[in-house]
Design a protein around this ligand. Structure first.
Ligand SMILES: C[S@@+](CC[C@H](N)C(=O)[O-])C[C@H]1O[C@@H](n2cnc3c(N)ncnc32)[C@H](O)[C@@H]1O
Length: 607
């Protein structure tokens, strides 16, 4: 195959090696073709008469040492951003036609990472399982691995099964063409679709190179979770990403170095600037910390960086088989004990909103990523303290989460919150099956605490008359209109719904109770309210949300807290000063505590 004006197939490619400007000093022999001078568009015998030949020659000659596998890079030289100005970057026909050249000239260590993949594959592939390449693009990695598999695992008579998935039709057709030889052998299955919905199964090795960064931030955890669930214990994920430095100044330096890298790869300054603009908000990198924390929340026990060039980082994440640990008994004898088995809770995880995008408006980026990490860790821990929630309980909650997910996302027409009852849904809105699932959910969530509630006509027998408490509070409520409110210890969020009648801007409920969190998730399933958010957190996380809230409700929580003074301090930190007069700046914070006593706290700052 030749792409329009492109190089013929099976171009022997010089690697995009990391060290390349005066690369005569750098040289290593790997299992795939690498050159002494890492320019991608190597001159090959087969390029004679190729329209891109001259351009390719300018990019430098290739030297191909003894290797086992050659990178099969096709297509023409990438000059897209020389030709026109930026538009948001897409993996469309134009990009696909030059993709192999683009990726190998733009991604440091591109070739080396594929080379590493062969080793990890060789070590961790288990016969009879599958190997996935998520975001496989034109199939370069798959092609190398599939060829390697023929020599590495052919003893077993059990051919390795590769699955490549990409949601760009143009990529998929280029990939199918590149791997025609392997599809005929029936060892490769190339699918066009969203990797989030891929349904990974029975995998021992998953590769996802430079793709997560293009997946919407809000869905990344779900994707990592599905990879982890689809990997068999002992399986490996090879994940490569462009990561963002934590420190903005160091990030700027990384960008400067990277731009020089691209210039040395014969991209002009104009091309570099235009591509950078085109990728803005399309390629959204995580920091290394964010990736590690997302991987750990998804159930990967061990994560190692196996390649790194400035921001370009490759991780190997291992879903380790659970090995017994040896502990020393009182009598000095070694006893073998199975470590507590962490149970998998995919349905609970699917309901967890990994990235609270809404907090973006309230926290500076560094703090936001810290909060994201903390809340992910806390959620992954579910019971907060290892062992504080039994596996049976977690399993039960996971089953309830599954039921909730079976309900369609309804926007129920009947939604009344300014009466005593929180009244959502008309029974007519549900089919018989949905009603049965709904009834299962409410039964499974018994005992309900905060109420009264009437959901789809069913009166829920709640233990508490929270409406009476609300009635007392209403007599002394501060201004809630357009306020950013926290309900600390919100339970299922009953009061949050009651606050809606005052048109707040945002109400964040905080509660470390998974049961209450699920009740709230059920409310949101039948009638979502955008400005109500529930954070499964401890009260001490308030300190991580500085100057966010106008009003904090802390109702019946302090007396449960071992350290109420610290909690009050944390609440104080989380509140923003309110200027009520232009001459005398009076700052007041209101903390409302308990139903019986209501305290208002006024702080007056001196000018
Ligand atoms: C930078 S490329 C990946 C490069 C490739 N892994 C390699 O090493 O050569 C990103 C690829 O991910 C694909 N992609 C992005 N988001 C996707 C999604 N949600 N589902 C499937 N493919 C996706 C794009 O179409 C593109 O082909």
């Amino acid at each position: 195959m030749t792409t329009d004006g492109g190089a013929p197939s099976n171009l022997v490619v010089a690697a995009s090696s990391a060290i390349l400007a005066s690369a005569a000093t750098y040289y290593f022999v790997s299992r795939i073709s690498l050159s002494e001078k890492g320019d991608v568009a190597a001159k090959t015998k087969s390029q004679q008469g190729n329209p891109d030949k001259k351009e390719n020659e300018q990019l430098g000659p290739a030297k191909s040492p003894e290797t086992q596998y050659e990178l099969n890079l096709r297509g023409k030289i990438d000059r897209i951003y020389e030709q026109h100005g930026p538009k948001p970057f897409e993996f469309d026909n134009e990009v696909v036609s030059v993709f192999d050249d683009m990726v190998s000239r733009s991604v440091p260590l591109y070739c080396e990472v594929i080379d590493l993949a062969i080793y990890w594959f060789e070590k961790y592939y288990v016969p009879g399982t599958k190997v996935y390449d998520l975001g496989c693009s034109t199939g370069t990695t798959l092609d190398v691995l599939a060829r390697a598999s023929k020599t590495l695992v052919n003893e077993t008579n059990n051919p390795c099964q590769f699955v490549g998935i990409d949601n760009s039709e143009a990529m998929v057709s280029a990939c199918r063409e590149k791997l025609e030889w392997a599809t005929e052998d029936n060892i490769v299955d190339i699918r066009c679709g969203d990797i989030i919905e891929a349904g990974i199964l029975n995998a021992s090795f998953v590769i996802m190179n430079y793709t997560l960064q293009f997946v919407p931030v809000a869905r990344r955890q779900e994707l990592l979770q599905s990879i982890s669930s689809g990997l068999n214990p002992g399986g490996i994920l090879l994940l490569s990403e462009k990561v963002r430095a934590e420190c903005s100044e160091l990030q700027e330096t990384c960008t400067w170095i990277y731009e020089d890298f691209k210039e040395r790869r014969k991209y002009t300054k104009r091309e570099i600037a235009r591509k950078k603009e085109a990728l803005m908000n399309v390629l959204v990198p995580f920091t290394e910390g964010e990736l590690r924390s997302a991987l750990s929340s998804a159930g990967f026990d061990n994560v190692e960086i196996v390649a790194k060039w400035n921001n370009f980082t490759s991780f190997v994440a291992w879903k380790s088989p659970r090995l017994p640990v040896t502990i020393t008994g009182k009598n000095g004898m070694h006893q073998k004990k199975d470590p507590p088995t962490k149970i998998v809770t995919p349905n609970l995880d699917a309901l967890f909103d990994t990235f609270p995008v809404y907090l973006d408006d309230y926290l500076e980026p560094k703090l936001l990523s810290l909060v994201c990490r903390q809340r992910m860790e806390i959620f992954a821990d579910k019971g907060f303290k290892a062992g504080s929630m039994s596996n049976d309980t977690l399993q039960k909650f996971n089953a309830i989460a599954e039921m909730i997910q079976k309900l369609p996302q309804l926007e129920s027409d009947t939604f009344i919150v300014d009466q005593d009852e929180l009244f959502i849904g008309d029974p007519k809105e549900l089919t018989e099956d949905e009603m049965a699932t709904f009834q299962q959910c409410i039964n499974a969530l018994k005992p309900w605490k905060k109420g009264p509630l009437r959901l789809f006509g069913t009166k829920i027998d709640t233990e508490w008359r929270s409406d009476l408490k609300w009635e007392r509070l209403q007599r002394a409520l501060p201004e809630l209109k357009d306020a950013v409110i926290c309900d600390l210890g919100c339970g299922n969020g009953y009061f949050m719904y009651r606050m809606l009648e005052y048109s707040p801007k945002l109400v964040i409920g905080i509660d470390p109770n998974l049961h209450a969190w699920l009740e709230f998730k059920l409310f949101q399933r039948i009638r979502s309210v955008d400005n109500l958010k529930f954070e499964y957190m401890r009260g001490d996380m308030m300190a991580s949300l500085p100057l966010v809230f106008d009003v904090v409700f802390c109702l019946g929580v302090l007396y449960h807290t071992p350290d109420p003074m610290t909690m009050l301090k944390d609440i104080h930190k989380s509140m923003k000063p309110k200027s009520v007069s232009s001459t005398n700046t009076m700052v007041y914070h209101i903390v409302q505590v308990s139903t019986v006593c209501m305290f208002e706290k006024f702080l007056v700052s001196q000018q």
